[in-house]
Structures are given as structure tokens and as C-alpha cells.
Design a protein around this ligand. Structure first.
Ligand code: HEM
Length: 162
């Protein structure tokens, strides 16, 4: 794969590409909004507003997931600029922190999606796109045959009697 060189600022210092910068700040802003909404919505009494806030929270979280995938793909073709001079341990610590942040950017929204699906509420992205509920919920909680249907050689377990 051909990797393009990092961009530079007007004074010649290496910097992230404009797309990477835009994605970074957009994702950061969405996380702040989604996190604040998440903390506020759980204590609301059951109401139309609560359901609306949950729906917004889920769509914001899923947008974070989509943009994080885009960010990772973009990073594959556009390497980050080299860090300024620093001790080796700091460089390693920064690399580990960045990797962990990427993992969290994927794991947190996916776990929210799984949690929502496991409670039996279908997630409808932006109120328009119904997302498939997690087949894992059927396998682990309902213990039915939904997941097995996609395994050609597997012998489905008996559905539980209730
Ligand atoms: C960056 C992504 C996300 C962040 C940072 C985030 C954060 C949070 C926070 C802080 C809460 C409140 C927890 C509490 O106070 O009990 C929460 C609750 C919740 N989140 Fe997320 N979330 C994200 C993505 C998602 C996604 C993608 C979904 C579903 C598609 C989701 C579904 C939920 C649900 C259903 C609750 C309520 C749990 C309850 O009622 O106890 N979240 N989230």
C-alpha cells in the first residue's frame, strides 16, 4: 500500500492532514455531547423526552463509531506526522495511549449497541435506519437458534423451553 507523506504547516512543521484534524475534533465534540446526554437521560422520568434523548444518544454514539472507522481507514493511507523530539518511553507511552483510545472508540459504541439490543429495543440510526439487533443476545440470553442459522456445519441446540 502506498502511504502518502505527512503534511506540513505554513512554517514547515509536520502536521496531521485537514481530514484527520476535522475527524478528530468532530469525534471529540460528539463524544462530549453523547456522554453528557447519556449522563442526563438516565435519570429522567419515563417520558417522550427521555425516549427522544435515548434515541439521540444512540445515534450520536453510532456516528462516533462510523467516524472512528473512517478515521482509522484514513490513518492507514495518511501516516500521522512524526512526534517532536522526546524520550523513547514517552514516545512508547503515547503510541500505547493512542492505540487504547482507538480500541475504546470502537468498543464503547459497540457495547452500547449490544446493550440496547439485549434489552429488546431495536436501534434506529438517526430515526431512519433500523440496525440489526445482536444475534449474540439470542444465543447467550434467549438461548435460541438465531445465531446457528448462519453456521452450515453446526448442529443447532434445542431451543430452550422458557
Ligand atoms: C461514544 C459512544 C458512547 C458513549 C461515550 C456513551 C456513554 C454513555 C453514558 C455516560 C451513559 C450513562 C450511564 C449511566 O449514567 O448510567 C450511557 C448510557 C446508555 N447508553 Fe451510551 N454511550 C455511547 C454510545 C452508545 C451507543 C452507540 C448506544 C446504543 C446504540 C448506547 C446506548 C446507551 C443506553 C441504552 C444507555 C442507558 C443505560 C441505562 O438506561 O441504564 N450508547 N452511555
Amino acid at each position: 500500500m502506498t502511504r502518502l507523506p505527512a503534511m506540513t504547516t505554513s512554517i514547515g512543521a509536520p502536521r496531521y492532514t485537514s481530514t484527520a484534524i476535522a475527524l478528530h475534533w468532530l469525534i471529540a465534540a460528539l463524544i462530549v455531547c453523547g456522554f453528557t446526554l447519556g449522563l442526563s437521560m438516565v435519570d429522567l422520568p419515563l417520558s417522550r423526552q427521555k425516549l427522544q434523548w435515548y434515541a439521540w444518544h444512540k445515534s450520536i454514539g453510532l456516528t462516533v463509531l462510523l467516524l472512528s472507522c473512517a478515521r482509522l481507514a484514513w490513518r492507514g493511507w495518511h501516516p500521522p506526522p512524526p512526534p517532536p523530539p522526546m524520550p523513547d518511553w514517552q514516545r512508547r507511552a503515547a503510541a500505547i495511549s493512542h492505540s487504547m483510545l482507538y480500541v475504546l472508540l470502537l468498543v464503547i459504541p459497540i457495547s452500547g449497541w449490544l446493550y440496547s439490543s439485549a434489552t429488546g429495543v431495536q436501534v434506529v440510526y438517526l430515526g431512519l435506519v433500523p440496525l440489526p439487533a445482536a444475534a449474540l443476545k439470542h444465543h447467550v440470553i434467549d438461548r435460541d437458534t438465531v445465531l446457528w442459522r448462519m453456521f452450515p456445519a453446526a448442529r443447532p441446540r434445542r431451543p430452550s423451553k422458557g
